[in-house]
Design a protein around this ligand. Structure first.
Ligand SMILES: [Ca+2]
Length: 341
């Protein structure tokens, strides 16, 4: 009797096992195409952007460098969900001993006429116009500050001890490139960056749509550089992810800090051909009419917490600015891509 019961139970157990295995295989068969393609192709912290065509630039902007709007195609790629943070950059420095451009003394090769006492490391720090001022010379808000670097954003007296989740700043192009090589990733091409910033919207002015909102991103409210009403909650840099993401789930593609791209800056976009995975002009062709005396410049995108409607209203996907590769400031950071093809 006992043996018969055991045999019946064994058959029941076998049937249950067969059913469970069949159910498990079905779940894998249905689940794996979604889970594997979406999750495993991109490293943690990155989002996969599906390939496609879009219109880069804008013909409706007053900024000449955004013209002519041109159709381009990009292959799928992964992109960081947020700007690279102080905590992430600190891991890179701890692992490699890397010293950023802002932490190095100014070289005689690059600045032959500079007296030795002015070769101390430093960077450019933004300072608002003094109270009561109603006019200031252009760019006079940038102050060379000895000791300013990613660990000391406003000079030696400042620190990032409680700002691990803030975007790293004072990053020169070669600093961003060194981090990218260590991370096994790349700096985005301008087309990749702009395509990702648009979040799936076609031709929208902003990353969220066509209507400007002071509360959608960390920009400047008020009259730059005289007063900032802080409507968006932040007078300076904000922790990454403080505002709603765009349609692709990417944070701070508008404002907070400018972001480096791998493209050299040209006057505008070429409308001659439909380009696939465009990478911008050659280095020798890099030129910005606003900065005729400067050599090759890289494209930066996204605008920053210093962009106000009255000055540098570049908090739009189509907007672009030029930046000298050796110049990081209190409002330039970066994010990376991982190319899948
Ligand atoms: Ca702000």
């Amino acid at each position: 009797m006992f043996l018969a019961t055991l045999m019946v139970n064994d058959r029941l157990i076998n049937r249950y096992l067969q059913f469970a295995i069949a159910l498990f295989l079905c779940l894998i068969a249905f689940a794996s195409p979604l889970d594997v393609s979406a999750a495993s192709l991109c490293p943690i912290g990155m989002v996969m952007i599906p390939g496609g065509s879009f219109t880069i630039g804008s013909d409706n902007s007053s900024y000449e460098e955004e013209r002519s709007a041109t159709d381009v195609t990009v292959d799928r790629f992964c992109i960081d969900r947020t700007e690279v943070t102080n905590a992430q950059f600190a891991k890179f420095v701890a692992a490699t001993g890397y010293v950023t451009v802002a932490e190095r003394p100014l070289s005689k090769a690059q600045f032959p006429d500079l007296p030795d006492e002015k070769r101390s490391p430093g960077s450019l720090v933004f300072q608002m116009a003094k109270p009561g001022a109603n006019s200031v010379p252009a760019l006079s808000w940038w102050h060379w500050t000895p000791g300013a670097n990613w660990k000391h954003p406003f000079g030696l007296q400042s620190a990032i001890a409680d700002k691990e989740n803030y975007p790293v700043v004072h990053i020169a192009y070669e600093d961003a490139l060194a981090y990218a090589q260590w991370a096994g990733k790349s700096l985005p091409a301008e087309a990749q960056w702009e395509y990702a910033a648009r979040g799936g919207l076609k031709g929208a002015t902003y990353t969220w749509g066509d209507r400007y909102s002071a509360e959608k991103a960390n920009t400047w409210q008020g009259i730059f550089p005289f007063f900032n009403t802080k409507t968006d909650g932040y007078i300076g840099v904000a922790p990454v992810g403080s505002f709603e993401p765009n349609g692709y789930g990417l944070y701070d593609m508008t404002g907070n800090v400018w972001e480096w791209t791998s493209d050299w800056f040209g006057v505008g976009h070429s409308s001659k051909i439909h380009q696939i995975n465009p990478t911008g002009v050659a280095q020798k062709e890099s030129f910005d009419p606003k900065k005729p005396g400067e050599p090759a410049l890289h494209v930066i995108k996204g605008g920053s917490y210093l962009c106000a409607p009255n000055y540098c209203s570049r908090f739009r996907p189509a907007a672009r600015e030029s930046e000298a590769p050796d110049t990081g400031t209190t409002h330039i950071g970066f994010r990376l891509v991982k190319n899948l093809t």
